[in-house]
Ligand binder design. Structure first.
Ligand SMILES: Nc1ncnc2c1ncn2[C@@H]1O[C@H](COP(=O)(O)OP(=O)(O)OP(=O)(O)O)[C@@H](O)[C@H]1O
Ligand SMILES: [Mg+2]
Length: 478
């Protein structure tokens, strides 16, 4: 019995890590490579049989992504409405007044009075306009030099002292200052608002690029700064992958219908800009693989209307950014259907990772399966925890699967979607019996049930059904 098994009476005693990589059972080699791939922005091909954690690895990789810094916009092009222009709005660090605090394209944070830019501090009454000393806004005169606060606004000698103080009091009643700051060509609208006497709430918005402000063109955000940059491609259509331009019965006729630039829809390759594009079963993309390859090489790809009978077909936006890290998955038997230059690009600029379907039965491996049972219970949320004897039974199922499917002795399966199916079925039986814990007998019955319920549709099993698709295993399993 391993350490973990000795110390638990049920899976309720097992600690579940919060780090998604630590929740991945086995596949240590893949975890190491995937982590470094994200940091180095390398492409990855995950190869392995169904249900061994390919999607799980890709999702875990997404948690390592730094926040995106670019928003993609499409603009009206007055000279050629059917050729909208593209621009990027950069997310910048916060203005110098709040160095060390990074901000998003729109962000809120708090600063102390001494961190305010001088003229903002003067306007808000925190600093003396003459000597710059700090004081609270309710002090109308500077205690250091005796000058009236905000006298720069009133005019040094234009008013007598009393009026000056009244004016200061009037101004002080507006404890909010808004200004524009230019940082590397990006305009920030920053508003400073007194939250408490010694805290100021700052709202910073990266308004637009110089280009936008100067030309004041109409624009349409197609990939927002806060859109999730983990994008999964499943359907494998040109529209889903490469984007589209919607149809409008009036086409681009001036003043009628929706202008072309507003009808532009980004593809998954664009939405994954600066992030991860996860293409499940990459071989099923067929001829679209060559477009994917071009996008990877160029890091920009045009958006065009794909339906030749639609007015969208006349529209084209060139140079739309798509600098993504590709995570592709494939079953080993489909490797030959992957476009050779695409595979070579992944090999040359990334990793081709083979996932294992079993692991040696070491004490660590046993502990990992125990943790997997606990994780499955917690993630499911509807089934009770497993008694220690029930966990032992799950371990024997894992061993049997490795022996019957992968012909490995003294090993445990890593086909964990299927093992998870047995765990959930056993849990359901325990719920049906009103049992407080899942017992050994529930697991045995779940195993038997899995043998009896053979469904031909694999996708049914993969959608979280508790029924296992036994066709994958032929006559090996159980
Ligand atoms: N290595 C693993 N560690 C922990 N859980 C796993 C692992 N592999 C599979 N699972 C469990 O099985 C489920 C399915 O895994 P996943 O979707 O990652 O498989 P896949 O390899 O992408 O399969 P497919 O080829 O069918 O897409 C996960 O949600 C998880 O519960
Ligand atoms: Mg998957």
């Amino acid at each position: 019995m391993t350490d973990l098994m000795e110390h638990i009476s049920s899976t309720a005693d097992v600690t579940i890590p919060s780090d998604p990589f630590e929740r991945i059972v086995g596949q240590n080699h893949a975890v190491t490579l995937v982590k470094s791939a994200v940091v180095q922005r390398r492409h990855v091909l995950l190869c392995g049989p169904p249900g061994v954690g390919k999607s799980l690895l890709a999702k875990a990789a997404a948690t390592l992504l730094p926040p995106p810094t670019e928003e993609i916009r499409v603009h009206h092009n007055p000279l050629q409405p059917d050729r909208p222009r593209v621009s990027i709005v950069k997310r910048r660090n916060a203005p110098a007044s709040a160095q060390n605090k990074t901000t998003r394209s729109s962000d809120v944070y708090y600063v102390r009075p001494e961190e305010l830019p001088i003229e903002v501090a003067v306007k808000m009454g925190y600093r003396c306009p003459s000597c710059g000393s700090l004081s609270t806004p309710d002090q109308g005169m500077c205690l250091e030099c005796g000058a009236a606060k905000r006298c720069d606004w009133v005019g040094e000698n234009s008013y007598h002292g009393l009026f000056r103080v009244l004016h200061v009091i009037h101004e002080r009643a507006m404890p909010r200052v808004e200004c524009r700051e230019e940082r590397n060509g990006v305009t920030w609208t920053v508003s400073y608002e007194r939250d408490a006497f010694d805290t100021i709430r700052v709202t910073a918005i990266a308004a637009a690029t110089d280009d936008d402000t100067n030309n004041n063109t109409e624009s349409h955000v197609i990939v927002g700064i806060d859109t999730p940059r983990f994008v999964r491609v499943t359907g494998g259509t040109a529209v889903e992958l490469l984007g589209d331009v919607k149809h409008d019965p009036y086409g681009s006729a001036e003043g009628l219908g929706v202008p072309a630039f507003r009808r532009v829809i980004p593809g998954a390759i664009h939405e994954a800009h600066e992030g991860i594009l996860y293409v499940d079963e990459v071989a099923t993309l067929g001829p679209l693989q060559k477009h994917l390859l071009t996008a990877m090489q160029e890091k920009r790809y045009p958006i065009v209307g794909h339906n030749p009978h639609s007015s969208g077909a006349a529209v084209r936006v060139d140079g739309v950014p798509c600098d993504f890290v590709l995570f592709a998955s494939a079953n080993p038997e489909d490797l030959s259907a992957i476009l050779p230059p695409l595979r070579s690009r992944i090999r040359g600029y990334g990793y081709e990772i083979m996932l294992s379907s079993w692991m040696k039965k070491t004490p660590e491996a046993i502990d990992q399966i125990v943790r997997f049972v606990a994780q499955t219970v917690v993630e499911d949320g509807k089934i009770p925890h497993f008694a220690r004897e029930a966990v032992e039974e799950v371990l024997s199922v894992a061993e049997e699967m490795a022996r019957t499917i992968d012909r490995q002795r003294d090993a445990l399966t890593l086909r964990l979607r299927e093992l998870g199916g047995v765990v959930r079925s056993a849990g359901d039986l325990a719920v049906h019996d009103d049992a407080g814990l899942v017992e050994r007998d529930h697991v045995r019955r779940a195993k038997k049930l899995a043998r009896e319920l053979r469904v031909p549709d694999h996708s049914f099993a993969s959608k979280g059904s508790h029924v296992i698709d036994m066709d994958d295993y032929g006559s090996y399993f159980f």
